[in-house]
Design a protein around this ligand. Sequence first.
Ligand code: NDP
Ligand code: MG
Ligand code: MG
Length: 329
Amino acid sequence: MKTYYNGDADLDVLKDKTVAVIGYGSQGHAHALNLHESGVNVIVGLREDSSSWNDAEEAGLKVYETSEAAAKGDLVMILIPDQFQKAVYEESIEPNLEEGNALLFAHGFNIHFDQIVPPENIDVFMVAPKGPGHLVRRVFTEGSGVPCLFAIYQDASGTAKDTALAYAKGVGGTRAGVLETTFKEETETDLFGEQAVLCGGASELVATGFEVLVEAGYQPEIAYFECLHELKLIVDLMYEGGIAGMYYSVSDTAEYGGFSRGTRVIDKDTKKRMKNILEEVQNGDFAHEWINENKEGLPNLKKMRKDLSEHQIEKVGKELRSMMDWIEK
Ligand code: NDP
Ligand code: MG
Ligand code: MG
């Protein structure tokens, strides 16, 4: 896979352009400030009563109401939560797009699932840092960058790739390395990863392990430490050295027990169900379910949040974490 670095990208591509960053949250503040410090002409677009308006101005950025920012921008990067992008795009951005502009995303959901259908005479691409916004910002100020993905959906100008790489350079991505993907690949792998492994899979693994110990009569506090608290240590080891690096660092007992029992917890049937989950992502069933859930006011999400808040692991965890002064509240 080709990786693009600083030498492959030219910030001069953006010299006479204005970049409008819509939203000033996790990703928005990092993109806007990094681009600004890279010498790019950046403005921020927000709704009038936005709670982020002052923050952006105090950081030295020019802030406009979303439609005005979209009109001023040659490049318009949408960095508000995905579920609100369609409405904001249709109301405030689309009417202000002109031929030759570029529309940018940091996640492919709305384009890939046809929630946003851009006009044909503009470039449409994605630049997605592979990390949360605060990391994208911090690492940049330390002189390095977070790796980015980019993807071209529509290349009306014939130069979308150069523009995408210049943008990635401006946020610091080419300092670390930038990889090319597609909207389809980024969206489908992102959804699958968070559902089957990162958010869904990991949480259920933790909660079920906790339940097994508590139901067997062990103290919930001890179960919490074993099944949830210590997970961070294991994940940190994997992050630094892969699965083998983690197994190298734990005891031989943990290594043998993990190898010989892990495959009994996650077996061929689990893999089959993961494949079903991937199919629902690929055929659009999940996207439609989620879009409807939003339209109906999130009834199922609210119910599941409530159920979790009543789970014993949450109650015990709250008490135990209050003993941990080093955790930011
Ligand atoms: P945030 O939730 O941090 O965005 C908050 C910003 O959006 C605020 O400026 C807020 O302003 C504004 N906003 C919220 N709701 C609305 C609304 N209804 N109308 C207008 N503005 C609104 O978003 P993220 O940074 O997490 O995500 C932005 C994009 O980046 C998404 O596409 C996401 O998938 C992608 N992404 C996110 C990553 C992350 O780590 N968070 C990683 C990679 C990609 P206000 O004060 O007005 O509410
Ligand atoms: Mg995601
Ligand atoms: Mg142990």
